[in-house]
Ligand binder design. Structure first.
Ligand code: AKG
Ligand code: FE2
Length: 363
């Protein structure tokens, strides 16, 4: 009896503890950004987005101070963010004034609510030691893009914008941080974090997260061995294809790629249900391991219906993510998220950046 009670107490305390850090972090970012914003015009706020590095440096001390007043710190939140598949930060910003939902990735309209969503996203990422980055090959390198449903007539883009997304990591053909593409060392690493700011989500369509530690419990040692072997073919995500052809001359595919990495006692993953296949000549066990991985995904989906004003930081190393079907309705008051990426760029080579941009990575 005593043992059981002790166990329950431990579990519930741990739960409250982790929820609390989300709440404290969210409030700290909100307070710091609100205070900073009150001294500026909307035009000045929008201008500050041109250099997210400087903006982050400006906001982090105030966030640190807010966290300190709750016996917390940016370092503690960073450790926490690296141990969690995602952080769901509720009511980080006010959605303020917003126009109708846009009908394309770019541009993000110059409205108060959208500007606050972007500044808050940069603030969250900077506080956990991540730079806010884009890739020149995706949506012209815009730092923030609208995730919205497209009107009919845009082919695959229209279909995908309304559809569900199965589990994937973003920028899946780019190397893991700490690794180089085998054929082109200029290719920058994929992001550490996918950052989603919710502006509208009238039907509570959830983003979904599949934590890697849960996936691992469904895999056998043989599967785990196979997923670490360079025997998979990874194709690019649709949003990168045109840009890659412009910049690299061709779509980037990674042949003989491994999907699972053991990095300093931790597992990292890169995978996309849609774009990963078995490489030529791979053994049947490679296929079986991938099937097992997909089955494991189906068994551990966490739905995350982001409300307007929420920001999710999805860890792109230790989780897969996707979303439920959105539906075909577009424009008006339909679902509208902004997306950007976070990456620890301390080891990035200057050649892995686009010249003259403080945030745009190659390709
Ligand atoms: O719409 C969402 O909730 C997630 C979208 C996503 O994962 C993506 O666009 O890569
Ligand atoms: Fe994604």
């Amino acid at each position: 009896m005593t043992v059981t009670l002790a166990y329950i107490t431990f579990i519930s305390l741990a739960h409250v503890g982790t929820q609390l850090i989300d709440v404290i972090f969210s409030q700290a970012v909100r307070a710091a950004v609100t205070h900073w914003r009150a001294q500026l015009t909307l035009e000045q706020v929008i201008e500050s987005l041109a250099n997210p590095v400087n903006l982050g440096l400006m906001l982090v001390p105030a966030i640190e101070q807010e966290l300190n007043s709750h016996n917390c710190s940016c370092a503690a939140v960073k450790d926490y963010a690296w141990a969690q598949p995602y952080l769901r930060l509720q009511a980080v910003f006010e959605t303020g004034e917003l126009p109708d939902t846009p009908e394309d990735f770019c541009p993000v309209p110059s409205a108060e609510g959208a500007a606050m969503a972007m500044v808050s996203a940069i603030a969250c990422l900077a506080a956990i030691g991540s730079d806010t980055v884009s890739y020149g090959s995706e949506n012209n390198g815009d730092l923030f893009v609208n995730l919205v449903v497209f009107p009919p007539g845009r082919g695959k883009f229209t279909d995908k914008s309304a559809d569900k997304m199965s589990g994937h990591t973003d920028a899946v053909t780019f190397p893991m941080r700490g690794y180089r593409d085998p054929l082109n060392p200029r290719i920058a690493p994929s992001p550490d974090f996918v950052c989603l700011s919710s502006l509208r989500n009238p039907n509570d369509v959830p983003t979904t997260v599949m934590p890697l530690d849960q996936l691992m419990t469904s895999l056998t040692n043989e599967h785990i061995e196979d997923l670490q072997k360079p025997q998979y073919l990874i194709g690019s995500q649709l949003t990168f294809r045109d840009g890659m052809i412009d910049i690299l001359g061709d779509e980037l595919e990674v042949d003989y790629a491994q999907l699972l990495y053991a990095i300093q006692d931790k597992w990292w993953i890169r995978f996309s249900h849609r774009t990963t296949q078995i490489a030529t000549g791979a053994q049947a066990s490679a296929h079986e391991a991938m099937v097992a991985l997909k089955e494991a995904c189906a068994g551990c989906v966490i739905p995350l219906p982001l409300e307007p004003g929420d920001i999710a930081l999805v860890n792109n190393r230790i989780a897969l993510h996707g979303r439920s079907e959105v539906g075909k309705e577009y424009g008006g008051q339909t679902r509208w998220f902004l997306r950007t990426y976070g990456l620890d760029t301390s080891d990035i080579d200057p050649a892995q950046r686009h010249d003259g941009s403080p945030f745009m990575l190659f390709p």
